[in-house]
Ligand binder design. Structure first.
Ligand code: CS2
Length: 448
C-alpha cells in the first residue's frame, strides 16, 4: 500500500513558506483541474516568493468530489507539466481550505467577507454566467454586502472563464443579484471586475495520471493535475485593493485585454471546438491524434487564416508564431486531451469561438468554408445525438428534428446566439452539411 499524499509524506523539496502561517487572500470558486493548473501555481509562486498573503480557500459550487479528494491530503496535490523540460510532479500547497457551497453556504460568505480576502477568482465555465445559473454571482453579492456592512473595501473579482468581456459579464451577473441601490452603487464605484485572458490546456485527470504520480513519487494523489508547460494569464490592470506582484509572477497586466482574449478565443478555442466536433464524428478520441494528419492540420490552418482576418491584434503580435506554437501544443503527445471533453457545452462556446468570426466575414462578403464546416460538424453532432452534454440539449434536440436542413440550422443557431448570421453564412453551413460529391478530395467534407 502506498501512502496518501499529505504534509507528512510530502515528497520533493519543502516549500519555502510555512503553510500554517499564511493568510488566505484568495477565494477561488470552481476548484476544478483548470484552477489547480493555472491560477493556483501563480499564488503558490507568490507564497514561495515570501508574500504570505495569497493562500487560497477553494469553493466547489456543487459537487463535493474535489473537497473529498483533497481533504485527506490536507489540500496538497501534484502538478505535472507534461511534454516539457520539467516533467517531474511538483507539490502545490496554496489551497489550504476547501468548502462545498451547498453544505456550508454561510462559511462561503464568511470567507468572502474575511478582511484577509482581497481577490476572488472564478472558473465556473461559460454557462455559469447565464441568468438563473447565478449561484456564484449570488455568493459574491452576499459577500460584498457583508464587507460593506463591516466597513471593508470590496474584493477584486476575477473571472477566469473563456468568455469575451468576462469581467463585465461577472459584474452584470453580480449586480443582477443586488436589490439594494446603495449596495449596487458601492459595488459599481469601489468594486473591480477586471477582464482576463486565461490559457493553459488541462485535460481531465484520469486514473492513469494518478498511477503515474504514484510510480514517480511513491504517494497516492487523487487530485493530481496533468497539464502542458505553457501557461498565460493576462489581467486588466484594475483592482479594488491589494494584489500580489503579478508582473513578477509572470502575469501580464494591461489596460486592454480585448485583443488577447479575442485571438485566444477564436484561434485556440475555435480550433479546439472544430477538432472536438469534426474529430468526434470521425471517432478521433484525442486532439494530438487529430493533428497528426497533414490534411487535417491544413484544415485547422485554413480555419486560423479565416478567423485571423477578423481579429484586431495588438501591435507586435506575431500571428504566425502564435499559430505555429498552437499547433505544437495541440500535437503534444504527452498530454492526451479528449475531443469529447472539449465538445461539452457547445451551445455556450460556439458563439464566441466560431460564429463571431463567421458573421464578421460574411458581413464583409467573404466566404468561410472552414468555419462553416466546423459549425456544420457541431450541428451534425446534435442531429446524430452524440456528444450532447449541453445545458440546451433538450431544446437543441427539438430543433434538430425539423425537416428542412436550412430550418434546422437556423433554429439551432437561434437557440445559442441572439445575433443572427447573415443568410450567406447560413447557406454555407447548410452546404457543408450536404454529403460530399463522390470522388471529392475535400477531406473536411469526408470527415463530416
Ligand atoms: C477547451 C479549453 O474544453 C475547452 O473548451 O477549448 O478548455 C482550452 O483547453 C483552454 O481554454 C486552453 O487555454
Amino acid at each position: 500500500m502506498i501512502p496518501r499524499l499529505h504534509p507528512g509524506t510530502r515528497p520533493g523539496p519543502p516549500p519555502r513558506y510555512d503553510r500554517r502561517a499564511i493568510h488566505r487572500g484568495v477565494v477561488h470558486i470552481g476548484v476544478g483541474a483548470f484552477h489547480r493548473a493555472h491560477q493556483a501555481p501563480v499564488f503558490e509562486a507568490a507564497l514561495n516568493g515570501g508574500d504570505a498573503r495569497w493562500g487560497i480557500t477553494g469553493v466547489s459550487l456543487r459537487s463535493p468530489a474535489v473537497r473529498d479528494s483533497l481533504h485527506p491530503q490536507d489540500g496538497l496535490y501534484t502538478l505535472v507539466e507534461a511534454g516539457g523540460p520539467r516533467c517531474d510532479p511538483r507539490v502545490i500547497g496554496a489551497l489550504t481550505r476547501l468548502l462545498v457551497a451547498p453544505e456550508q453556504p454561510a462559511a462561503v460568505v464568511a470567507a468572502l467577507a474575511d478582511p484577509a480576502t482581497h481577490l476572488v477568482t472564478l472558473t465556473v465555465t461559460e454557462k455559469g454566467y447565464q441568468p438563473g445559473q447565478g449561484n456564484a454571482a449570488d455568493f459574491l453579492a452576499r459577500g460584498l454586502a457583508a464587507r460593506r456592512a463591516a466597513g471593508l473595501a470590496p474584493f477584486t473579482a476575477i473571472s477566469c472563464d473563456n468568455l469575451p468581456g468576462n469581467g463585465g459579464r461577472l459584474a452584470a451577473a453580480v449586480l443582477a443579484q443586488v436589490s439594494d441601490p446603495a449596495l449596487a452603487d458601492w459595488i459599481v464605484r469601489r468594486g473591480a471586475f477586471p477582464e482576463t485572458m486565461v490559457d493553459r490546456i488541462v485535460p481531465a485527470t484520469t486514473p492513469r495520471d494518478v498511477a503515474a504520480v504514484a510510480h514517480a513519487l511513491g504517494v497516492e494523489d487523487q487530485a493530481t493535475v496533468r497539464t502542458e508547460p505553457f501557461w498565460q494569464w493576462v489581467i486588466q490592470d484594475r483592482f479594488a485593493g491589494e494584489r500580489p506582484d503579478f508582473p513578477a509572477l509572470g502575469v501580464h497586466l494591461t489596460s486592454d485585454v480585448r485583443p488577447w482574449e479575442q485571438a485566444k478565443l477564436r484561434l485556440l478555442n475555435g480550433a479546439h471546438s472544430a477538432i472536438a466536433y469534426i474529430g468526434g464524428l470521425a471517432g478521433i478520441a484525442f486532439v494530438h491524434e487529430f493533428v497528426a494528419d497533414a490534411a487535417r492540420r491544413r484544415f485547422i490552418e485554413t480555419l486560423w487564416h479565416e478567423s485571423a482576418s477578423t481579429l484586431r491584434l495588438s501591435a507586435g503580435f506575431d500571428l504566425d508564431g502564435y499559430c505555429r506554437a498552437l499547433m505544437a501544443r495541440f500535437a503534444n503527445p504527452s498530454l492526451p486531451h479528449r475531443t469529447a471533453q472539449i465538445a461539452i457545452d457547445g451551445s455556450q462556446k460556439l458563439p464566441q469561438r466560431l460564429l463571431a468570426p463567421l458573421r464578421h466575414r460574411a458581413a464583409a462578403g467573404q466566404r468561410s468554408p472552414a468555419l462553416a464546416r466546423a459549425v456544420a460538424a457541431w450541428i451534425r453532432c446534435v442531429e446524430v445525438g452524440t456528444l450532447l452534454d449541453d445545458p440546451l440539449a433538450a431544446q437543441l434536440r427539438r430543433a434538430a428534428a425539423l425537416g428542412d436542413a436550412a430550418d434546422r440550422v437556423r433554429a439551432m443557431l437561434a437557440l445559442i446566439d441572439p445575433l443572427p448570421l447573415p443568410p450567406s453564412a447560413e447557406a454555407e453551413i447548410v452546404d457543408a452539411l450536404a454529403p460530399p460529391p463522390t470522388g471529392s478530395r475535400q477531406v473536411t467534407l469526408e470527415i463530416i
